[in-house]
Design a protein around this ligand. Structure first.
Ligand code: SF4
Length: 327
């Protein structure tokens, strides 16, 4: 296995809930509650789960847009969370993010050229005369024409704006890019073009991606490994072909059963999850998924299952596999 570029260790993010005249903290929204995973150099790790499961919050902590409540984010052997300000600024260059809504993330009053030039100037990555040359180079990498640098974000389509977001992320020569649902807001016909572009850029610049998405169908074609999150916790991680062929966690099995097969003769039994996702303020005791799981046992209501490695790096947190675990 390749070297880990990023290690996330027992990462937590609690958002306090305040109430009363004294504005005291009365509870916490446990958005991310003890997530651990590695991302290896040059790979794409897909991270999926329903809305509110904590996947985007995890991504934002990795790029330092949110401060973790506790836990470690180790990049190239160094803990980002406890690094000094100078090092954190350097990490911000190495780890970039592409947002879901490219329009909201681009300043509407700046031209595309200025938007892409901004991080180059802030980080002194090109001498004055070379900034424009670099901007044109980046526009070319993402499939935009040089004359478009003088246009404003509103003059572009959703797919083109996402290309601008990618160019801006590339401008600082990052090593890791957090792709936070980068194609969710795009038409299906455009999604494939942006995914292909990300794939080409990964090969060209030896990039590593954390690819956050709502559904397993989106990450299937772009990920080397996939992690599944539920209610602030990681429940399963495996190589993508292993996860799709042999899902072990009942939640992953339910998510996969919801993906339509483009064959009218193929039979597939859809697993319907009962109830709604519980509140992250008071998550269920034991296994967080037990209130919706069709295989729930008594132990699931009391004990939180540990993440166990099964085979070939396939990890799952579920009591169904307690005896066969290698831990
Ligand atoms: Fe279902 Fe129990 Fe496994 Fe949780 S630990 S997913 S409740 S079988």
């Amino acid at each position: 296995m390749a070297e880990a570029l990023l290690q996330v260790k027992n990462l937590k993010k609690y958002f306090p809930i305040r109430s009363g005249i004294l504005n005291r903290v009365t509870n916490n929204v446990k958005a991310v509650d003890g997530v651990s995973f590695d991302i290896y150099k040059g790979e794409t790790l897909g991270l999926v789960g329903e809305s509110g499961c904590g996947k985007s919050t995890t991504g934002k902590m990795i790029v330092n847009l949110l401060k973790p409540t506790s836990g470690e984010i180790v990049f190239n052997g160094e803990n980002i969370v406890t690094a000094n300000k100078k090092r954190q600024k350097e990490f911000r260059k190495d780890i970039q993010i592409i947002f879901q809504d490219p329009y909201a993330s681009l300043n509407p009053r700046m031209t595309i050229g200025d938007i892409i030039a901004e991080p180059i100037k802030i980080n002194n990555l090109a001498k004055h005369g070379n900034v424009e040359k670099r901007v044109l180079e980046l526009l070319d990498y993402v499939g935009l024409a040089s004359y478009q640098k003088n246009r404003y974000p509103h003059e572009f389509s959703g797919g083109q704006r996402q290309r601008v977001g990618i160019a801006r992320a590339l401008a600082v020569n990052p090593k890791l890019i957090v792709c936070d649902e980068p194609v969710s807001a795009l038409d299906v016909s455009i999604q494939a073009q942006v995914l292909n572009l990300l794939d080409d850029l990964q090969k060209e610049f030896d990039l590593t991606y954390l690819f956050i998405a709502h559904g397993l169908n989106v990450v299937k074609h772009v990920s080397n490994r996939v992690g599944v999150m539920y209610l602030g916790d990681l429940v399963e991680v495996a190589a993508d072909n292993d996860l799709y062929k042999n899902p072990k966690h009942p939640y992953t099995q339910a998510l996969l059963s919801a993906i339509p097969i483009p064959d009218p003769k193929a039979k597939k039994e859809r697993i319907i999850l009962k109830g709604d996702v519980p509140s992250p303020i008071n998550p269920p005791q034991g296994c967080r998924f037990h209130t919706r799981c069709n295989k729930c046992m008594e132990i699931c209501k009391k004990e939180k299952p540990k993440m166990k490695e099964m085979e070939n790096g396939h990890k799952v947190a579920c009591h169904l596999y307690d005896e066969s675990s290698v831990e």
